[in-house]
Structures are given as structure tokens and as C-alpha cells.
Design a protein around this ligand. Structure first.
Ligand SMILES: C[S@@+](CC[C@H](N)C(=O)[O-])C[C@H]1O[C@@H](n2cnc3c(N)ncnc32)[C@H](O)[C@@H]1O
Length: 285
């Protein structure tokens, strides 16, 4: 596997993914009962934006760097910026928090996070990051296998009725990734039906995603919602023109909560021909 998230941390796709991640966690925090988060593809947890990998692609410049000083943003985007600022206390944007760090920062004392990362060095960094946080367990293992092993979540006497599974793979071999995701979702829903499942996906050419959406809509779940941000038209199969999040069993009225997010991100991060989409693939009455 060649993928290293350090080349992409803080780009437009991370912005969309992490705004939605925090909004999903915010909804879980409405109740006091503990929740469990499984981050199947966690990365190293924290990325230095001045590091050579990040500077080489400059992807963060079209993402968090552009958004960092923007004003008058919708609440979920403001919440996300506050979370990024918490990792940059001096005020300048030095580091970018990955999904496990954002989740851990948002969680309360009673909540738990299991973060999986397959690459040895990335997993070692992640373990070091959370060495002193007893709420977080880092697993150097395959995230899909972890869904089978860890769900439904139970730690000691605590059974977690509520929670979130974030699936954020590198899509190095797209043909293999989508069937794996759908299989893991099917099994996850069987084991832990009440959880929310959030799957990030890249958009190069949107029409190639249709089979995935059709199969996702047929999963045995109450609802499936997609939120997408395309920062430019999807005419090139070679570039990351946008991305989306498929959310299975999202929280009550989540579409309303995040509706203002997409146009605000489009206005701040989009180029000519940018667009957004917020659509139910499936919704039981
Ligand atoms: C897109 S990055 C994750 C970024 C992270 N979720 C975030 O938002 O900050 C994907 C990560 O998954 C790891 N990975 C690839 N295949 C995996 C697998 N089968 N199980 C667990 N991790 C895997 C890669 O090493 C990489 O660090």
C-alpha cells in the first residue's frame, strides 16, 4: 500500500468529511448515555502542514487554509473550525487533526473510540498520540475485520447501544474497495443495527458511482443519506473533483442540520462549475 494521508490532510475532502463527522458526533452527544466510535481507517491522527508531504501537494491550501479565516459560516462549520483551532492554540495553522483526534476531542468521559490503522508506522504514531487517553484503543489491524471483531461494541460491563462507524479507506484499488465496503456495511448492520455508518467516497466521475449508490440504497437500514461537495465539474477521471459521505441511519433531521453546510463550503472552496448534493437514497416513513 502506497497511500499516505499526509499528502492530502486538510484538503477539501477532509474538510467535508470532518465537518460531517463532528456534526454526527454532536447529535450523539444530545443524550447522556455513552456512545462508541469505530474509526476503521484512522491514519496517524495528526498532520503537520509544513511537512514536506503536505507542501509537495499543497492540497490543504484549497481546503483548511482557505477556510481557516473565513467569517459567518454555518454552525457545523464553525464547530469544525473551533476543533481545528484547538489543535493550533497559537493562532497560526500548523497542524491538522485527523478523524480519530477530532473524534476524541469531541467525545465525553463516558464515550469510547476504537481506531484501526493497517500501516505499521501510521499505527505507531496513532498509538503514541493516544498513549495517555484511556478512552481510546488503537488497533494496528484491518478495519473491515475489526468491524466483525468489535461490533456490537462491549467494554467490560458496558454495552453501547449507540454510536458511529466511520469508514474512510484510501480507494487505491477502487474495484476492490466498494464491494468490501458494502459487505462490511451489511455485516455491521446485522451486528449493530442502531448505529450510524458514515462512508467517505471520492468523486472523480460521478456516474461511475451509480452502482455503489444502488447497492447502498438496498442495504437493510432505515435510511441512507448522501452529502457531496464537488469543487469543480467531474469531467476528469484523473483528479479528485469532489467527495461525498454516505450516511446510513443518520440522526433525526440530520439533513436539515447540515443543509447550510454544503453551499457554504461550495462558496469558500469551490471553483467554477462547483456543485453540491444532499439527497436521501433511502428513507423509511
Ligand atoms: C484516507 S486515510 C484515513 C484518514 C483519516 N480517516 C482521517 O480522516 O484523518 C486511509 C488510511 O487507511 C489506512 N488503511 C488502508 N487500508 C486499511 C485497512 N484495510 N484497514 C485499516 N486501515 C487501512 C491507510 O494506511 C491510511 O492511513
Amino acid at each position: 500500500m502506497n497511500y499516505r494521508h499526509a499528502f492530502h490532510a486538510g484538503n477539501h475532502a477532509d474538510v467535508l468529511k470532518h465537518v460531517l463527522l463532528l456534526a454526527l458526533l454532536e447529535a450523539l452527544k444530545r443524550k447522556d448515555a455513552p456512545f462508541f466510535v469505530l474509526d476503521t481507517h484512522a491514519g496517524r491522527g495528526r498532520y503537520l502542514l509544513g511537512a514536506s508531504e503536505s507542501r509537495k501537494t499543497a492540497e490543504a491550501d484549497g481546503g483548511i487554509v482557505r477556510l481557516f479565516d473565513a467569517a459567518r459560516l454555518p454552525t457545523p462549520v464553525e464547530d469544525y473550525l473551533r476543533a481545528v483551532q484547538a489543535d493550533n492554540p497559537v493562532g497560526a495553522l500548523v497542524a491538522y487533526p485527523g478523524s480519530p483526534l477530532l473524534a476524541a476531542q469531541a467525545m465525553r468521559a463516558q464515550d469510547r473510540l476504537a481506531a484501526c490503522e493497517l500501516q505499521t508506522e501510521e499505527a505507531a504514531e496513532l498509538k503514541a498520540l493516544f498513549a495517555h487517553d484511556p478512552r481510546v484503543a488503537v488497533h494496528a489491524r484491518d478495519g473491515y475485520a475489526a468491524m466483525r471483531a468489535l461490533l456490537p461494541p462491549r467494554i467490560g460491563e458496558t454495552r453501547f447501544a449507540r454510536g458511529l462507524v466511520l469508514i474512510d479507506p484510501p480507494y487505491e484499488a477502487q474495484d476492490a474497495e466498494y464491494p468490501q465496503i458494502l459487505g462490511a456495511l451489511r455485516e455491521g448492520l446485522q451486528r449493530w443495527p442502531n448505529a450510524t455508518y458514515a462512508v467517505w467516497y471520492p468523486i472523480k466521475q460521478r456516474r461511475s458511482l451509480q452502482p455503489f449508490f444502488r447497492k447502498a440504497a438496498a442495504l437493510p437500514a432505515k435510511a441512507a443519506l448522501v452529502a457531496e461537495l464537488q469543487i469543480r465539474p467531474d469531467e476528469s477521471p484523473l483528479r479528485l473533483n469532489g467527495s461525498g459521505m454516505l450516511m446510513i441511519n443518520p440522526p433525526w433531521q440530520f439533513d436539515t442540520a447540515i443543509a447550510p453546510v454544503l453551499p457554504a463550503l461550495q462558496a469558500t472552496l469551490g471553483e467554477e462549475g462547483a456543485s453540491t448534493r444532499l439527497e436521501w437514497l433511502r428513507r423509511e416513513p
